[in-house]
Design a binder for this molecule. Structure first.
Ligand code: SAM
Length: 328
């Protein structure tokens, strides 16, 4: 069992499989993209499988694939199959922007993928295009419809941004009337890879909730599971639910059970940490499985208590990375 120095057990790995993305969401990266790493700087699938096997031996039983856009990496479905076969991994999920061919949904269903998080910041094609700098709304909407048709457990993640998509908040809650989907509104964080200046957010989770509860005062608070990152609600009679994620307010750190491994193989014990120990270099220098286990324990033995402490530890001059290089 991997437990950090604050007594929090680690259970959940977020694995970034690529930094690349076919969208250019302005809050995530600059229009021209990022300085993409060369292929040999990224972990190979074999290296990722080795790390996941080690982590499964330490009690990690949930894995979520992310990036960048995971489906941009070649042979992703093959990789998912290999991950599913690792002893101890009980749940494999993915976060995607929904631009991959819809056939991937049936493939994931056949593999027994636990859940799909679909990132969708607007239900309006023009606003979607302004935010993502790409005209892909129709494709993403078809992906959503197919997820619903195939009955895959689905969450929609929407980053809430003043002057960009406040008009979408209530229509997204309305989407949960007929669809069995959980819509989660996320506070914008500073991880934009230098895309734009970051102003302190005006729409924090409390304000978002207030806005929704004004319209739906009868919404019921749901029981969140112990390490949930969201506060969840349901409008009585609706098929789905909605929630808010205090990603910037960092109200959820006390129960954080997450490990992040970036596409380049850096370990992040906290999202707000700058840089991270390179498991890629350590493995390539010949570390044994025992060495790798010990390294995970060492780093979680001095984990920041919360995202504020992690941010404080970062050099003031260091700029914020993109969520795509961190593995959002
Ligand atoms: N490409 C995949 C997708 O779109 O879901 C996975 C990677 S993406 C970086 C993962 C999530 O991070 C998305 O839901 C995205 O909206 C969110 N994200 C990216 N930058 C963010 C930021 N600065 N603040 C809050 N959320 C952010």
């Amino acid at each position: 069992m991997l437990v950090d120095n604050h007594g929090r057990p680690l259970r959940y790995l977020r694995l970034g499989v690529t930094e690349r993305c076919n969208l250019r969401c302005f809050y995530c990266m600059p229009e021209e993209g990022l300085a993409w790493s060369a292929k040999n700087q990224l972990l190979s699938y074999e290296e990722m499988l080795r790390l996941v096997t080690i982590l499964a031996g330490l009690g990690i039983d949930k894995v979520r694939l992310t990036g960048g856009e995971p489906f941009v990496r070649k042979d992703l479905v093959y990789f998912m199959r290999e991950l599913k076969a690792i002893k101890g991994i009980k749940q494999l999920s993915i976060t995607t922007n929904g631009t991959a061919p819809v056939e991937t949904i049936a493939q994931m269903k056949a593999l027994g993928i636990h859940a799909v998080n679909l990132s969708l910041d607007s239900l309006n094609p023009e606003r979607f295009a302004r935010i993502t700098r790409r005209n892909e709304f129709d494709k993403v909407w078809s992906y959503f419809e197919e997820l619903m048709n195939q009955g895959l457990r689905t969450k929609i993640n929407a980053v809430v941004m003043e002057e960009h998509n406040l008009e979408d908040i209530l229509p997204m809650v309305a989407l949960t009337e007929k669809h069995s989907v959980s819509v989660r509104f996320i506070e914008e964080m500073p991880f934009n890879g230098g895309s734009k200046g970051y102003q302190k957010i005006k729409w924090n989770y409390e304000k978002i909730l207030h806005h929704i509860l004004n319209k739906h005062p009868q919404a019921l608070r749901l029981d969140d599971h112990s390490s949930s990152t969201s506060y969840n609600y349901k409008v009585p009679g609706y098929a789905g639910s909605f929630g808010v994620i205090p990603a910037y307010s960092r109200a959820i750190c006390a129960t954080c059970d997450r490990i992040r491994i970036t596409p380049k193989g850096e370990l992040k014990t906290c999202l707000y940490q700058n840089g991270g120990f390179s498991f890629r270099d350590y493995m390539r220098a010949g570390a044994t499985d025992k060495d790798l286990q010990a390294k995970f324990r060492e780093h979680f033995g001095r984990r920041a208590k919360n995202g504020f402490e992690a941010e404080q530890n970062k050099e003031q001059s260091a700029s914020f990375e993109s969520m795509a290089t961190i593995g959002g």
